[in-house]
Design a protein around this ligand. Structure first.
Ligand SMILES: *Cc1c(COP(=O)(O)O)cnc(C)c1O
Length: 366
């Protein structure tokens, strides 16, 4: 039986926890305490444990997480931060928010992540940090990136918004650099029922600083040491996330199984399939393939009832938001943005859904 396959079935994902989520809502409602309380502390402790880091600070969203980390490290006006040319625009915006300048470096065509061999040429006396994005859920080459950062005394910030639980050489993302930003946007691998995010780190001072910045620059109520922000994660979202976190590993395994089936089922077609370097366990936030005839493939799949998305259609340097960068030539990112297509991927997809997608791609990609 053919049916329409949605790109991501959030309703079914959250329906798995319906009773518990409602119970938690009632608990928070009846507690009378909605900001900076025990629910947040409980979630922060369990997410730090999950990421194998010393600390976790809940924040309002993934963009604010990255922005606060940069501020927490004292990065701002006059500073440069190396970012991938191929990423979601939030990575760049965090740098701009802090008052620093994003300096794009091209990715590897094979993994879509930062090419460590190109980083050194982008370093100037103003460079303060590198943001390594674990794009699509696959960890960047952190050993190589950390080696360069050590040599030039740079901070390494992981943008782990798409990579909750991904493993690089036996270690979880979130603790591979000096600090990491996570997003719990509803569509992320661990998703809240609204906006939410977190910062993880093993650095005591950084965490103390970001906790102050995220709460109006205040450690003690009504004493404001700095012009901070309101980037708090509320009790309700923290409590809802605590319900979903214990199921994340199972959902990740389901994502891995679907990705493996796609890769096995789509061999031999004129498509470029994801490649996973040795020692890396991606969490398949997205299953992204490349086609020279991407737009045609996407519309033919749509005719077959298969929803696909493009992550992302326009590179950050070509956006209206970054006019000063529009003239830059970043051919690898530009090519990637013209060719990528993401297949449906929900941890709740059935075996027959996966088979239907594979059959449709085979029929449409010839
Ligand atoms: C989602 C995302 C962000 C931003 O997270 P929000 O919670 O939406 O602010 C940052 N970087 C990447 C790579 C993302 O995918």
């Amino acid at each position: 039986m053919k049916k329409n396959i949605p790109f991501l079935d959030l309703k079914s994902i959250n329906a798995q926890h319906r009773a518990e989520l409602i119970q938690v809502f009632e608990r928070v409602l009846d507690s009378g305490h909605y900001i900076l309380g025990d629910e947040l502390k409980r979630f922060e402790n369990s997410f730090a444990k999950y990421c194998e880091t010393k600390h976790c600070a809940g924040v309002s969203n993934g963009l604010d997480a990255l922005h606060l980390i940069l501020r927490g490290f004292g990065i701002g006006a006059g500073d440069e931060v190396i970012v991938p040319s191929n990423t979601y625009i939030a990575t760049w915006l965090a740098v701009t928010y802090a008052g620093a300048v994003p300096v794009p470096v091209e990715p590897l065509e094979s993994t879509y992540n930062l090419d460590p061999a190109l980083i050194e040429a982008a370093i100037t006396p103003r460079t303060k940090a590198i943001i390594a994005v674990h794009l699509y859920g696959q960890p960047a080459d952190m050993d190589a990136i950390m080696a360069i950062a050590d040599q030039y005394h740079l901070k390494v910030i992981e943008d782990a918004a798409q990579a909750h639980g991904a493993i690089y050489k036996g270690r979880k993302v979130g603790g591979l650099g000096h600090a990491a930003g996570f997003s719990f946007y509803p569509g992320k691998n661990l998703g809240a029922l609204g906006d939410a995010g977190a910062i993880t780190s093993n650095d005591d001072l950084l965490i103390e600083k970001v906790r102050m910045l995220l709460n109006y620059g205040s450690k003690v109520k009504y004493f404001n040491e700095e012009q901070g922000f309101n980037c708090r994660l509320d009790e309700l979202q923290a409590a809802l996330l605590s319900v979903k976190l214990p199921n994340l590993e199972v959902e990740t395994q389901q994502r891995c199984r679907i990705a493996q089936q796609y890769t096995e089922g789509l061999q031999g077609l004129p498509l470029y399939l994801p490649s996973v370097p040795e020692g890396v366990s991606p969490v398949w936030h997205l299953y992204v393939l490349r086609s020279a005839k991407r737009d045609e493939l996407q519309s033919r799949l749509a005719e077959q009832g298969i929803a696909t998305l493009i992550h992302y259609p326009i590179a950050p340097h070509q956006q209206g938001a970054y006019k000063a960068f529009n003239q830059l030539s970043l051919p690898v990112a530009e090519k990637i943005h013209q060719q990528v297509l993401s297949l449906p991927l929900s941890p709740v997809m059935s075996q027959s859904d996966v088979e239907q997608v594979i059959a449709a791609v085979k029929a449409c990609a010839e």
